[in-house]
Design a protein around this ligand. Structure first.
Ligand code: ASP
Length: 352
């Protein structure tokens, strides 16, 4: 049985149809995010809800309502969306910010469930946290097993659950974690995480032409990438699947049969995992994540340095332990500081 999680860009009026195209009889559970951005400068519903909670402005609510109304209308979903929105708006201001933020996922899941002819599972009733906000794993897993037991497809909103005091959310992007715990609780054969990018790319495709994506990657390598800021998968979504050896497929819902990344117990065959560059005040900091033995990476880097012109002689190469990345990864990170951008030549040199 497959569990699929769809990110916010899939849950938009124009893209909901892709969800229907992907979900098959092999799928037992679907987890969805709140409506995401419809264009580059757009705002995610979760951000709009948080803004609304901070300043209850009718204009902001209209933006939220318009997105869900169109989600239902464009996809001809037979649901009383005005009643859903009226009820959500009433509850938005009755509770705290986390409750308000969770309403996006709740609305997405109710509309998607109707659209797919599936059952709706209320995340508040199954995903349980203690008073410190830690997931109550046993209780949550047994609730999930009970809620998804019908043999019929069920849809749940990601990102939130509840404590004894009310709704509680994971950190931002936490819909991935909800999907992973549903997959683990149901002992799924595969956890599919559908986004708008074709898996994990070695470098930012907006900056490097024809960049390769990582086909297969180990759980701990993926953890290294996620903790280092790769936004494609929430770092806490790895452990629940890793414990049971459930592979995670990170795929692009626009082209489900195209390139994707499979996270599993098998380490990456491609030893270069990521090259990312950030610039501030005329200084470029480039971070390489890799799974080479350290001596080999040192050789590759020095080969690159020697091939560069003089203006790059201000390099500072270091093997750093990041404060939030455990020592297990310290041999796999190289950081270079330079006065000019080196992203393109470094990527080319390391992928030769
Ligand atoms: N909607 C939430 C966010 O924007 C959670 C998620 O999408 O996974 O962070």
């Amino acid at each position: 049985m497959i569990v699929a999680k769809f990110g916010g860009t899939a849950v938009t009026p124009r893209n909901l149809i892709y969800v229907k195209r992907i979900v098959t009889e092999a799928h037992g559970a679907v987890v969805v995010s709140a409506v995401g951005k419809e264009f580059k400068e757009d705002r995610k519903v979760t951000d709009l809800l948080l803004a609304y909670r901070a300043r209850p402005d009718d204009g902001i609510w209209r933006l939220i309502a318009d997105k869900y109304r169109r989600l239902a209308e464009v996809n001809a979903v037979d649901v009383d969306v005005d009643a859903l929105l009226k009820d959500a708006q009433r509850r938005a201001l009755l509770h705290d910010g986390q409750y308000c933020a969770s309403l996006g996922e709740e609305l997405s899941a109710k509309i998607t469930a109707k659209f797919l002819g599936a059952d709706y599972v209320e995340a508040e009733d199954v995903v349980r946290f203690d008073e410190n906000g830690d997931l109550l794993v046993e209780e949550t897993y047994s609730n999930i097993r009970a809620a998804f037991d019908g043999g019929k497809l069920s849809v749940m909103g990601g990102f939130y659950g509840s404590t004894v005091c009310g709704r509680h959310t994971f950190s931002r992007g936490g819909g991935d974690v909800s999907g992973a715990i549903v997959a683990a609780a149901l002992n799924a054969s595969l956890y599919e995480n559908w986004t708008d990018v074709s898996g994990v790319c070695i470098a930012d495709p907006a900056k490097i032409h024809n960049v390769a994506s990582v086909e297969g990657i180990g759980y701990s390598e993926m953890r290294l990438l996620s903790r280092s800021g790769a936004e494609v998968l929430h770092p806490d979504a790895i452990e629940p699947c890793e414990r049971l050896g459930i592979p995670i497929k990170i795929g692009n819902f626009y082209c489900p049969d195209g390139a994707s990344t499979l996270v599993s117990r098998c380490p990456s065959r491609c030893r270069l995992l990521s090259v990312a560059e950030k610039a501030a005040d005329g200084v470029f900091v480039t971070t390489v994540l890799h799974s080479y033995p350290q001596w080999q990476m040192t050789r590759l880097i020095s080969h690159f340095l020697h091939s560069q012109t003089n203006e790059l002689r201000f390099f500072n190469v270091g093997y750093t332990v990041e404060p939030d990345i455990s020592a297990e990864f310290s041999d796999h990170i190289v950081r270079l500081t330079s006065r000019v951008s080196i992203l393109d030549p470094l990527y080319k040199s390391l992928t030769l």
